[in-house]
Design a protein around this ligand. Structure first.
Ligand code: SF4
Length: 358
């Protein structure tokens, strides 16, 4: 880590901390108590997700998995169930794997240094620093989306934010701004500033560090950070067969462990070229069992590299077939199961989706 710590950096940190003492978010559930386990879970949940969304998930998660041993000793399906709706499910799978490492190989004790924390599955450089700073008071710089925005504007950093050159400059600035004392508070403070003041539309008149902000001085804060040039995302069409039995149960199958919604359950996903007759035959379902078929409206779902166009086919059956030829498939009743469902599955398994299909 760079050791340079100049008077401008001190002024920045002092102003930020003075603001945070008055206006910061100091009653977040993971701050009371601020244990390594709670900080770690919160940091993973907060990736790409806002605090207000995370809070109820965090509280439910802590009630069910109060410590790293409880999490390590649980089934992945149950962890995914408690994660359902938060998205980015690789986070939950990595959390479960990392819990096993801490519980079984480290006697339940979290490492204290960023380097050692980064050895845990799913813990990157900024997350490791956030845990080390907040749980152990170690001086370590974070660089999440909020911090990136603040620093890019403070220094009017030109260049696409995802380029390696800009990233290097941002890390250098993040390190030099991080103070030697009150590191845990500073870490929370700069995240809070990005989340509540230096937002996409910046609230410069109430910003505690506006006097040092170059973008504010130039009047072009909204130009920073500069986005990467976007390639056109591809569109992928997929068909989802939603089987419903006469008692209102739905058939779901486990998705492959990797890829979108990896390891979660959803109605069977197939190629858009797969006709219903072939799907039924391939799964050992007698076509005479079909009572009614409806086509649902196409759902669009954006992922980082492509957009999914999900085309649902709802199939109401006269009776649940004795066997559906699929490994790991289950009939479930919405609201009465403990499986992790993809967000699309939760939408398709809603009675309204069937009613609105034609
Ligand atoms: Fe962001 Fe405005 Fe504060 Fe600069 S002055 S850090 S642009 S809120």
């Amino acid at each position: 880590m760079a050791q340079a710590y100049h008077s401008a950096d001190i002024v920045f940190a002092e102003r930020l901390l003075a603001w945070w003492d008055k206006h910061g978010r100091r009653d977040l559930p993971w701050q009371k108590p601020r244990t390594p386990y709670r900080v770690w879970v919160s940091e993973i949940m907060l990736h790409q997700t806002q605090v207000t969304t995370v809070i109820p998930y965090f509280q439910r998660f802590m009630a069910r998995f109060p410590d790293v041993h409880a999490l390590a000793g649980s089934e992945l399906d149950e962890v995914l169930h408690y994660w359902s709706g938060l998205g980015y499910y690789a986070r939950a799978r990595n959390l479960h794997r990392a819990a096993a490492v801490v519980a079984n190989e480290l006697d339940g004790v979290f490492p204290e240094t960023p380097d050692a924390l980064q050895e845990l599955p799913g813990v990157g450089r900024s997350t490791a620093a956030a845990i080390a700073a907040q749980a152990f008071g170690v001086r370590a710089a974070i660089l999440d989306g909020n911090v990136r925005r603040v620093l890019a504007r403070q220094h009017r950093l030109e260049g696409p934010v995802s380029s390696s050159n800009t990233q290097k400059q941002l890390w250098r600035l993040a390190e030099s701004h991080t103070p030697r004392t009150r590191v845990a508070d500073y870490t929370q403070a700069i995240m809070d500033l990005g989340a509540t003041v230096c937002r996409r539309t910046p609230q410069c008149p109430v910003c505690p560090v506006r006097e040092t902000c170059q973008a504010h001085a130039a009047g072009d804060a909204a130009r920073f950070p500069q986005p990467a040039s976007r390639a056109m995302k591809r569109l992928e069409r997929r068909r989802f067969f939603v089987l419903i039995d006469p008692t209102g149960r739905y058939f779901v199958e486990r998705r492959p462990p990797h890829g979108i919604w990896g390891g979660l359950f959803s109605p069977p996903e197939r190629s858009v070229d797969e006709p219903l007759t072939r799907f039924l035959a391939a799964n050992g379902i007698d076509a005479d069992l079909v009572d009614e078929v409806r086509t649902g409206a196409t759902f669009r779902h954006g992922f980082s590299h492509f957009d999914l166009a999900a085309e649902p086919v709802f199939v109401r059956l006269k009776a649940a077939p004795a066997v559906v030829r699929d490994d790991g498939g289950q009939w479930i009743r919405p609201g009465e199961h403990a499986l992790g469902l993809s967000s699309l599955a939760a939408t398709l398994l809603d009675a309204d989706a069937w009613r609105e299909a034609s």
